[in-house]
Each structure stands twice: as structure tokens, then as C-alpha cells.
Design a protein around this ligand. Structure first.
Ligand code: HEC
Length: 552
């Protein structure tokens, strides 16, 4: 059976899970928790209402409609005590903070009050929109949101002269850092580059000093916020499962053939599974190869036999996780190739059954590596070049069914296809300049779908026609990290505004769903087994895994 990377299709999957679903649906016939949501000025559409059952790791969220009415669909909340929270920019929850759910309960009136701290609710995108300054220059701010939100930056009182040193310090941390757990890079080229390009250090410092609290006690510029969801964007159920280790940074999530969810942890030597039927999370340690180097892994993906492969970032290697024995075996990059900056961000095992090889890369040198799955022997493909000697600095790595990898150029604007037998690259530019193609996947028709981080778009390359198409996201500063396609729709998640975007490819129309909490979405996966698509993502900054189920 050919395995389709990250898009599970068809009915070949577990009849057992279908049965389970049916029995859940019939357990409670009627929606139990429902009601309306209002602020002093009246009913509000697009308020996210979240209910977390005491003693569980699960939070379920629905969104109020144009009349302010909300309803948790039948079977979603079992009887018991729940904590209530809301998301509606500009408002705080007044009441109720807790409810008791039972069958036949009365409708609940949820009351909101104007917030006293709007800044604390604003997403990265809303801060970028609001900060006074040149729109093009503001692009650098999208490189400041990987480890913490911009709220930390605008809340500081550093002067313009202080920022060059801060940019240097920010460049010295691994991307799997958080302010609670900074991970310094080892000496080497990576850790010595300021986080901001040399040419714009001065204007970037000035912009931040204008936007933060260095001059005054409060922000004096207008706060621009995004509108609340409306219409179709309110027809959704979102379920969030907290991970066991709340500090976990789930970067990539995947779904295996049995319907289980697996995640990589960007900041620690663990991977883990989530059972969607029970919410049970199980963590498994993976080897530490370089105790002094930053911890954490990035890409996780399954090979045709269902075993997992993990790219171990600054641990300089990849790990194979045997699904049967649950044993992890590391394949380190040859010692003589390594520096303190060696970084394996990607691994592409999906089609290793074709030739017994998996692909990985060294993000530091932009070299492409191929690893023999039996011997663990690395082969250095160098920095792939086309016939004119043009190379590409690949980030996202997507193998096609012949096991030739596509490389996505996050630092610039192009997509490359590497022919493994001719050892030759073909380069295709995106229509938008400086689009920053980041991560993606290949669909059943062999088309490459990818996110354009800086062009704020979903891109698609069709190798049959050579055509490259872009669909711009409606909300500015969405900065999609990854894109996924299935059944005529493409999806992408934002690193900046906590939204997931759903594109109807034929009509080019989008629906954007807001998530309940600050999330910082990286990889997205789509489950198209049912009548409606289901999207899964990791909350990189929230220590949880999130399921988004549109109701239409
Ligand atoms: C690779 C991870 C990472 C990135 C990317 C990053 N930071 Fe940070 N940032 C940290 C960590 C870790 C801390 C807390 C430790 C510290 O202050 O050095 C922090 C703290 C800060 C602080 C608070 C410092 C203080 O003294 O309170 C500011 C301001 C800041 N970052 C600005 C930025 C800006 C501006 C950017 C983008 C140019 C950025 N950061 C990008 C990791 C990062």
C-alpha cells in the first residue's frame, strides 16, 4: 500500500474508530451546554467559548453565531464540572467561570465585560499591524515570534541603542528556546549571527523603540485588532488536548495509519503520541547525541512500514523509532562533517521503500544528505545546483513517489526539485518575490502544496504543467508555516495570528477559523477520512495538540 504523506485518505482505516465515533454520538442525544453570549452593548457573534472538564487534559471550544447563540454539539461534553474561558478581542469573561454540565440543563447566559488590558490579548499580527513604521521593514518582526510573542518586545523599555545587543543575544539561542528555558547555541557560525540582518539593524531598533515603552508608560499609537469570526468561520468545534509535559513544544504533528497522532518536541528529547479516542498522551525518550547542544527535534514522519523518523536539529542526526518495539535508534551525522552548528531540521522517509534511503539536510551548510536506512551511512549531495550552477538554500523537504526531494527555499523565493539519479537540481521561482516558501506536502496527483511565509499565501506547483499558483490569505500578517491539501481544499496555519485558513481551491475562497489561545502553529495535517475534513496542529507555544473540525 502506498502511503500518502500526511493526508490520510480512504476507508482503509480502522473500522474500529468509526464504531467508537458512532457510540459516542448516540451516548447523548441532545446538546447539553448551550446558551447565548452578550456584552453590555448586546449579543456578540464570533466569541469563542471553551469548556475544560476538571481533572482532564481536554478543552472543547465552540463559537457564537450571529444571534450570539452557542451550542456544544451532542456527545462533546460528558456530565461533570467545567471551567469556562472565552476569546473575543477587547473582552474578558465576567461570568460564569465554572459550570456543571448535565443532560437537560438550562441554557446558560455567558456575560462579557470590556477588557482592561487589550495589549495582553493581542496576537503578534495585531501588534505588527499596530506598530508605527514602514510596512516592508516590519517583515523582520516575523523572525521574532518563534520563541516568544511580540507582547514581550513591546512591553520592554529598551532604547534604540540597546537593541543591536538584544538582536545579537536573540541570535545566540536555538529556535527551540523559550524565555523560561533558553537554549544557547554552541560556538559556531549559527550562534554568532544577529537575529536581524545587518542592513536594517538601525531602522529596526528605531522601530522597536517607538513601539515599546521606552518613551512612555503606555502605548500611544492606535491598537489595530482583527475582527471576530463571523458566518462560516463560527461553524466549528475545536478540541485541545494538553500534553503531559506542559513545557513541550509540539512542532510537527502527524497521523499514522492507525489514526494515532504523533508529535515531535522542538525543545526536548521526546516524541509522543496522542490517542484521539481517549485523549491519552504517551511520551517516549529519544537519544541525546550531543549533551551540550540545544535539545529538541523538528520534522517527524513515517516510512512505508509505519516506523517514525525524527530530525534531531542540533543533536546532529536523525532517529528511527520502531513502532513495534518502541525503540529509538539514532543515526548521527558523521563526526568529521560536524561543527557546533550542524542542524538536521528535516527528514523525508515517506518513500524510502523505493530505494532504501531517507533524505535529510544540514540547515547550517544547506547541504542535502541521503541516509541508507540499513547501514546508517550518510551520503553528502552537497549544496544542490542546477545546470547554471544556481543553488537553493532548502528548508522544507518533500520527497515525491520516486523519492526525489523537493526543497523549499525559506530564505528566498524558490522551489527546487533534486533529481537523485542525475544529481541535478531544477529551480522554479514563485510568482511573488521574497515569498519565503517554508513547508509543504505532495498530494495524490503529485502536486506540491506549500506555505509562503512572507507572501502570506498558499502556493501550489504542478510538475505536469510547470505552473505555480498562489492563493493569498485574506488576513494580513498570517505568515503561514505549512500547507496541506485534501479533497479539493487546502489548509494552512498561522504563526502570527492564531488562525487556520481553509481554501476552497476551485473558487479560491477562504474561511479563517480563530483558535482559542496563543498557539504559534507549525506543521498542519489533514484527516480526510470522514465526510468533513479534520485538521490537526501542534500548539508550539501552548503545550497542546489541537483538532479543528468544521461543521460544514
Ligand atoms: C531563538 C529564540 C528567540 C528568538 C527568535 C527571539 N528571541 Fe527574544 N528572547 C528569547 C529568550 C530565550 C529570551 C529570554 C532570555 C533573554 O532575555 O535573553 C528573550 C527575551 C527577549 C526580550 C526581553 C529581554 C529582557 O531583558 O526582558 C526582548 C526585548 C526580546 N527577546 C526581543 C526579541 C526580538 C526583537 C526578536 C526578533 C528580532 C527576538 N527577541 C527573537 C529568545 C528569542
Amino acid at each position: 500500500m502506498r502511503q500518502l504523506p500526511r493526508t490520510l485518505v480512504g476507508a482503509k482505516l480502522a473500522g474500529a474508530s468509526a464504531l467508537l465515533l458512532t457510540s459516542c454520538l448516540f451516548a447523548f442525544a441532545e446538546p447539553n451546554f448551550n446558551g447565548s453570549v452578550s456584552a453590555p452593548e448586546g449579543a456578540l457573534e464570533g466569541v469563542l467559548i471553551s469548556a475544560k472538564k476538571s481533572g482532564t487534559n481536554k478543552t472543547v471550544t465552540v463559537v457564537s453565531d450571529e444571534k450570539g447563540a452557542f451550542s456544544f454539539p451532542a456527545g462533546r461534553l460528558s456530565t461533570g464540572d467545567y471551567e469556562i474561558s472565552i476569546r473575543a478581542i477587547g473582552y474578558d469573561l465576567e461570568s460564569p467561570a465554572k459550570i456543571s454540565v448535565s443532560d437537560g440543563m438550562k441554557p446558560v447566559s455567558v456575560k462579557l465585560a470590556k477588557t482592561k488590558d487589550l495589549g495582553a490579548q493581542m496576537s503578534n499580527a495585531e501588534w505588527i499591524m499596530s506598530m508605527p513604521g514602514d510596512e516592508k521593514l516590519k517583515d523582520f518582526l516575523t523572525d521574532c515570534t518563534g520563541c516568544h510573542t511580540l507582547h514581550r518586545v513591546v512591553g520592554s523599555d529598551y532604547k534604540a541603542d540597546d537593541f543591536p545587543d538584544i538582536f545579537k543575544r536573540m541570535g545566540s539561542y536555538s529556535p527551540g528556546s523559550t524565555p523560561e528555558a533558553p537554549q544557547p547555541l554552541l560556538p559556531g557560525p549559527r550562534g554568532e549571527r544577529p537575529r536581524v540582518n545587518a542592513q536594517i539593524i538601525k531602522p529596526a531598533s528605531e522601530l522597536l523603540a517607538r513601539a515599546n515603552l521606552s518613551g512612555e508608560k503606555t502605548h500611544s499609537y492606535a491598537m489595530k485588532t482583527l475582527p471576530r469570526p463571523k458566518g462560516r468561520a463560527t461553524k466549528v468545534v475545536i478540541t485541545e488536548y494538553d500534553l503531559n509535559r506542559r513545557e513541550a513544544q509540539p512542532h510537527d504533528v502527524i497521523m499514522t495509519k492507525d489514526g494515532m497522532i504523533w508529535y515531535s518536541d522542538f525543545g526536548a528529547q521526546f516524541i509522543g503520541s496522542l490517542d484521539p479516542a481517549t485523549g491519552k498522551v504517551t511520551d517516549y525518550p529519544i537519544p541525546t547525541l550531543k549533551p551540550d547542544a540545544p535539545k529538541g527535534s523538528l520534522q517527524i514522519d513515517a516510512d512505508a512500514d509505519g516506523n517514525l523518523w525524527i530530525a534531531m536539529m542540533y543533536q546532529a542526526g536523525v532517529t528511527k523509532f520502531d513502532m513495534k518495539t518502541k525503540q529509538a535508534t539514532a543515526f548521527p551525522v558523521p563526526q568529521e562533517w560536524q561543527t557546533g552548528s550542524t542542524q538536521e531540521s528535516m527528514v523525508s522517509p515517506q518513500y524510502s521503500n523505493v530505494d532504501g534511503k531517507i533524505w535529510t539536510n544540514n540547515q547550517e551548510t544547506h547541504k542535502l544528505y541521503r541516509v541508507d536506512v540499513k547501514t546508517g551511512q550518510y551520503e553528502d549531495m552537497g549544496e544542490p545546483k542546477d545546470v547554471n550552477g544556481v543553488s537553493i538554500n532548502g528548508y522544507g523537504l518533500v520527497a515525491d513517489p520516486q523519492n526525489n526531494p523537493y526543497m523549499l527555499e525559506f530564505g528566498n523565493t524558490r522551489v527546487g526539485k533534486f533529481d537523485a539519479s542525475a544529481k541535478m537540481l531544477t529551480v522554479y521561482p514563485t510568482p511573488s518575490l521574497r515569498s519565503r516558501p517554508r513547508r509543504g506536502m505532495m498530494d495524490e496527483q503529485g502536486r506540491l502544496w506549500f506555505a509562503e511565509y512572507a507572501a502570506n499565501a498558499i502556493g501550489m506547483f504542478d510538475p505536469k504543467t510547470g505552473a505555480m499558483t498562489e492563493w493569498r490569505l485574506p488576513t494580513p500578517w498570517s505568515n503561514p508555516y505549512d500547507a496541506v491539501y485534501g479533497k479539493g481544499e487546502a489548509w494552512a496555519g498561522s504563526m502570527s495570528n492564531d488562525q487556520v485558513a481553509r481554501l476552497d481551491v476551485a473558487s479560491g475562497t477562504y474561511v479563517e477559523y480563530l483558535l482559542p489561545r496563543p498557539t504559534n502553529i507549525r506543521r498542519t495535517i489533514l484527516d480526510t477520512r470522514g465526510a468533513k475534513p479534520v485538521l490537526w496542529i501542534g500548539s508550539n507555544h501552548g503545550g497542546s495538540i489541537i483538532k479543528v473540525e468544521p461543521l460544514d
